[in-house]
Ligand binder design. Structure first.
Ligand code: DPX
Ligand code: MG
Length: 569
């Protein structure tokens, strides 16, 4: 290689440098001929480690999980056959407010004007469709038309993603990844946050005083966008300054410490934990922080709060009758904490109605395994170092019923709700946090969607504990609307993960049919450090939580509302 070649700085190098500068250390990839030069450039960056995935759906979900841990992530795929699969994890990142940078290789820049028909495409010579599709599921989608435009467009997309906590899309044609490019300027131009407008911030805090004036029973309700706005510390400060009850939405479990004396449980309508619903319904002022009221979190619209709300969002605040833009959540909560009057009425009341600790039955070792026993044993292994991933299905309800020790983390994908998410997402998460103990609760149906990614846990020697709850089908769907489509083919799951070992892997696959077998398997999983441990927990197909049945009933009713006529109310 000549000296001038060694010094050549390219579009691919530019992207690599920007990714490293924003704190990305692992990039998740599936190769294809449209992205190979780009992958070489990313590989050459000393701060980036390439992580190969089995397919692009999993790759995007692994990046989604990495963004939960690291704050931002990147997924690099090939044109169309790769990118369109990766749109699913990108959609998740949009719904879950995570800055995932989706990078796709693209056709050679000469091909469109030469009317060439290319492989991996729709077979006409219009190659703009992928960019157009990406626009709908990202906050900023760019395609680099020539190397000179790369710095501006790459910086624009990454900045938009970081600021809005949403995914972005960058398409780099195959013949531009290695094209000469200028070097990047200071990264602060990309990462520097937009501060609150000082006037709007002041006015928003003053409006809170008006909203709370004369209110006797304020409650704080925490939603999942709190963490995305990096405002957990400020929320804690506000809660302690107010002294009131703090409930969390199901998707925000763990975002307010459960060991805190002001924590009153998960507000989820009729399936709330710890009587959180009673105190939320008792409130005369509800401070909603980063909340999402969708059909799931409101239990089929049966639990929409019916008092005028104050809603503090990632970058704005809304009251009944007033709206304040460009107010950053952390700055707003911090400002409010300095202004508010202490009022612990809702805590005094909650302490009267706080449910007594439940009697929890411990199964005998020879007892057939049940859902309750699995949940009881998972509770027993949670420590301050655990991160629990709960998959769509009854695992949501089982996980939400658990108590998180101080420091334990909880991850759930409730807005997007893609079955199979937890396998690649926990893998991506654990790449960033290798020393945390990652535990996954996943159903059999979900596992079948993304099972291949266990092979990456084997490859990178990630000791994730997977509790696969085998109830022989899509039980949550059974409760919403049953049919033969809710049955699935059974697999020998414990054997399957060992097939991923081939000659060099160290996955363990264990089977627990009884309570005693689960105790032994969990002990083995804890000691096994060289790779993942999957424990297949077999339970009866009708063994599900009462919360799932109740929730399923109301969600089914919401789904079944008849179409309204033009003149209906
Ligand atoms: C579907 C769901 O076995 O869990 O506890 O048995 O319900 P449970 P499983 O993992 O089954 C999951 C199944 C089929 N949802 O009950 S929740 C519809 C659905 C979805 N995501 C995707 N396809 C279909 N949520 C990608
Ligand atoms: Mg199932």
């Amino acid at each position: 290689m000549s000296v001038s070649q060694a010094k050549k700085f390219t579009v691919g190098d530019y992207l690599a440098e920007r990714l490293a500068q924003i704190g990305i250390r692992h990039h998740f990839v599936v190769p294809g001929d449209y992205n190979l030069i780009l992958l070489d450039k990313l590989q050459a960056h000393p701060q980036l480690t390439e992580i190969g995935c089995a397919n692009e759906l999993n790759c995007s979900m692994a990046a989604e999980g990495y963004a939960r841990a690291n704050g931002a992530s990147v997924c690099v795929v090939t044109f169309s056959v790769g990118a369109i699969s990766a749109f699913n994890g990108t959609g998740s990142a949009y719904a879950e407010n995570l800055p995932l940078i989706l990078v796709s290789g693209g056709p050679n820049t000469n091909d469109a004007s030469q009317f060439h028909v290319l492989h991996h495409t729709l077979g006409n010579s219009d190659y703009t469709y992928q960019l157009e599709m990406a626009k709908k599921i990202t906050c900023c989608a760019v395609a680099i038309p020539r190397a000179e435009e790369a710095p501006r467009l790459i910086d624009r997309a990454i900045r938009a993603a970081i600021l809005s906590r949403k995914p972005c899309y960058i398409e780099i044609p195959t013949n531009l990844a290695g094209a000469t490019c200028v070097r990047p300027g200071p990264i602060s131009a990309v990462t520097e946050p937009i501060a609150s407008d000082p006037y709007a911030l002041k006015a928003a805090c003053a409006a809170a005083a008006d909203y709370l004036d004369g209110k006797l029973k304020p409650v704080i309700l925490v939603g999942p966008k709190l963490r995305r706005a990096s405002a957990e510390k400020e929320l804690l400060k506000l809660a302690e300054a107010m002294g009131c009850a703090v409930a969390v939405q199901p998707a925000a479990k763990g975002m307010f410490p459960e060991a805190h004396p002001q924590y009153v449980g998960t507000f989820w309508g009729q399936v709330s934990t710890d009587a959180a619903d009673s105190i939320v319904h008792w409130a005369d002022a509800l401070i909603c922080v980063g909340t999402i009221f969708n059909d799931y979190s409101t239990v089929g619209w049966t639990a929409v709060p019916d008092i005028p709300l104050m809603a503090a969002e990632i970058d704005h605040v809304t009251y009944p009758g007033a709206h304040f833009s460009r107010v950053r959540l952390s700055e707003f909560l911090d400002g409010l904490a300095k202004d508010v009057t202490y009022n612990n009425n809702t805590m005094l009341e909650y302490n009267r109605l706080r449910p007594d600790p439940r009697q929890i039955h411990t199964a005998a070792p020879e007892d057939a395994l049940t859902r309750k026993e699995v949940t009881r044993q998972v509770q027993g292994i949670l420590t301050s170092n655990s991160t629990l991933f709960v998959e769509t299905g009854d695992s949501w309800f089982n996980g939400i019923g658990l108590t998180l020790p101080a420091g334990a983390q909880f991850e759930i994908e409730m807005q997007w709700g893609h079955i199979g998410w937890s396998i690649p997402a926990s893998f991506g998460y654990a790449m960033h946090f290798p020393t945390r103990r990652t535990i996954v609760m996943v159903g059999d149906g979900s596992f079948q969607v993304t099972a291949q990614e266990v092979s990456q846990m084997v490859r990178y020697k990630i000791p994730i504990t997977i509790l696969l709850i085998n109830n022989r089908g899509y039980t949550i769907e059974v409760e919403i609307h049953d049919g033969s489509y809710n049955k699935i083919k059974n697999w020998d799951y414990a054997l399957l993960v060992q097939a991923f070992n081939s000659t060099d892997g160290h996955a363990k696959g264990l089977l627990a049919n009884t309570a005693g077998e689960l105790v032994t398997a969990l002990r083995e999983a804890e000691e096994h450090k060289g790779g993942p441990t999957l424990i297949e927990c077999t339970i009866d197909q009708d063994d599900c939580s009462k919360e799932l049945i109740t929730w399923g009933h109301f969600v089914a009713s919401a789904n079944a509302r008849p179409p309204k006529g033009r003149h209906d109310e």
